[in-house]
Write a protein that binds this ligand. Structure first.
Ligand code: HEC
Ligand code: HEC
Length: 440
């Protein structure tokens, strides 16, 4: 929504919690990376601990691997449904894992009115539902979801996570940060209930202790996610900004198009923040681009969890707002909108043949096709029915949007870019991968 973009920089956004303020005050773009602080180091151990899942087979990194830009690490999955299986075999969620990097600077979910229109900003997840309203950090609230999500790490209760963290080999490091946190009288048989996914009953006082420790766990994960190991700001783009590298002619042209004719920077800003913060390539607002549905999404076949079957539609922000009594009146006007993702590491992959999936449902399989879609969404003919990306490209058509309502028609659809201009924008996005090492 062009003129409706927030004018305030993220860091000045109202509603940021104290925690986030402290995080933002840290020198996040420090390079070379410093050693992790104790809390970040514990957060890292938790992030990579597969023991914190129902079958002790899945960690956060299973779906957010550093080598894939903290997104999905399996090329075959990315090439198809793009949704990852949970700890319990056969259970799948409904969206593509987005980058867990550069999620921490997103402000607490809030709205503001610009030019008479209400605009939602911030939170974590594609739909912003990890609002950060409780802990002051969307990323910390996000981190409390996967452990207990039946289609992800699948543990039945926060007590399971707390007990396993306290018993882990890094448990002592965690207790050193929060001395009382593991002094909890866990009920008998907790282990078994956790392994079998059975509900856990706790006395109210124990429940309160568990919740407090679960909050510490979540904040440690968020601290790791905010550390220079995850939000590294070490791409060639950053090196160019610092005068330590330069763009090729094609990349420089791509940047100009990105800011100008391509309108990309309207939603994925490329300029520094007012305090000199490096750009995140997202303004954390929400939009419906008209991304086609991904017919290979395994969620359509999750009969028990998804009673709507193939009729299920991902309404993104709209669906989240509908579930909130205080915000329900805005649901219809935001159906189909997803949060603008960061473009940092968008091309980071373990090797050139590795396929990455893009957008909330992973329908797109290449940056070239993403740019081609922005360029020609409204000029190519409509495909008959839902198709995979490769077939649509071969036939020279685009399938119908997953959600037709609230489509953005002002900033995309008919950009009149040439093929060479599309390639230049792709070349520019390839400079956003962290881990750039200057040549001799
Ligand atoms: C089974 C795969 C899977 C596992 C395991 C998993 N995630 Fe995710 N993650 C996802 C998916 C899918 C989304 C997007 C979900 C949505 O929007 O509804 C996501 C979203 C996120 C985001 C939001 C990023 C943003 O910009 O809003 C963060 C951060 C994140 N995950 C971190 C974690 C952490 C921390 C863990 C471990 C506690 C974890 N994930 C475990 C699949 C997974
Ligand atoms: C109107 C706001 C807007 C504009 C303009 C815009 N984007 Fe986006 N972009 C989004 C949103 C919202 C998504 C996620 C949509 C979804 O998943 O349904 C997205 C997703 C992406 C993705 C996928 C990233 C990922 O991790 O899945 C890429 C790549 C991308 N945009 C690049 C661009 C480029 C290049 C341009 C300019 C040609 C551009 N965008 C213009 C809002 C915008």
């Amino acid at each position: 929504m062009n003129a409706k973009r927030p004018l305030l920089p993220r860091s000045a956004a109202p509603g940021c919690g104290v925690f986030l303020m402290i995080l933002l005050a840290m020198p996040a773009h420090a390079a070379p990376a410093r050693p992790l602080t104790p809390v970040e180091a514990v957060g890292k151990r938790i992030f990579f601990d597969a023991g914190l899942s129902r079958n002790r087979n899945q960690s956060c990194a299973t779906c957010h691997a550093p080598a894939a830009g903290f997104a999905g690490p399996h090329t075959a999955i990315n090439a198809g449904g793009a949704v990852y299986e949970g700890s319990v075999p056969g259970r799948f969620g409904n969206r593509r894992p987005q980058s867990a990097a550069y999620a921490t600077p997103s402000p607490v979910f809030h709205s503001r009115v610009e030019e008479g229109e209400k605009l939602y900003v911030g939170g974590n997840f594609w739909d912003g539902r990890a609002t950060g309203e409780r802990l002051g950090s969307p990323a910390a609230e996000q981190a409390q979801g996967p452990f207990l999500n039946p289609v992800e790490q699948g543990l039945p209760d926060a007590a399971c996570v707390v007990q396993r963290v306290c018993a882990a080999d890094y448990g002592a490091d965690f207790r050193a940060l929060h001395p009382q946190s593991c002094e909890i009288a866990f009920p008998k048989g907790l282990d078994e209930a956790c392994a079998n996914g059975r509900p856990v009953k706790l006395a109210p006082a124990v429940r309160r202790q568990v919740q407090a420790t679960y909050d510490h766990i979540a904040l440690a994960i968020a601290a790791f996610e905010h550390s220079p190991e995850v939000n590294a700001y070490s791409s060639r783009f950053d090196a160019v900004q610092a005068g330590r590298a330069s763009f090729t002619a094609q990349e420089a042209q791509g940047l100009e198009l990105y800011k100008g004719k391509g309108k990309c920077a309207d939603c994925h800003p490329v300029d520094k923040g007012p305090g000199g913060e490096p750009p995140l390539f997202t303004d954390n607002t929400f939009d419906n681009l008209g991304v086609p549905r991904n017919p290979a999404n395994p969620w359509y076949r999750q009969a028990k969890l998804n009673p709507s079957g193939t009729k299920w539609v991902d309404e993104g922000l709209g669906a989240f707002l509908r579930g909130r009594k205080d915000l329900r009146r805005d649901a219809a006007g935001n159906a189909g909108k997803q949060r603008v993702p960061t473009l940092r590491n968008v091309d980071l992959r373990p090797d050139a043949s590795f396929v990455k999936a893009y957008m909330h449902n992973g329908w797109f399989k290449s940056l070239k096709s993403v740019v081609h879609f922005y360029n020609t969404r409204d000029t190519k003919p409509r495909c008959p029915g839902a198709l995979a990306e490769a077939e649509a490209l071969a036939r020279g058509c685009w399938p119908a949007p997953e959600t037709a309502a609230n489509l953005n028609r002002e900033e995309l659809g008919d950009l009149k870019l040439t093929a060479a201009e599309e390639d230049a924008i792709v070349a520019f996005m390839r400079t956003l991968s962290d881990g750039y090492v200057p040549g001799p």
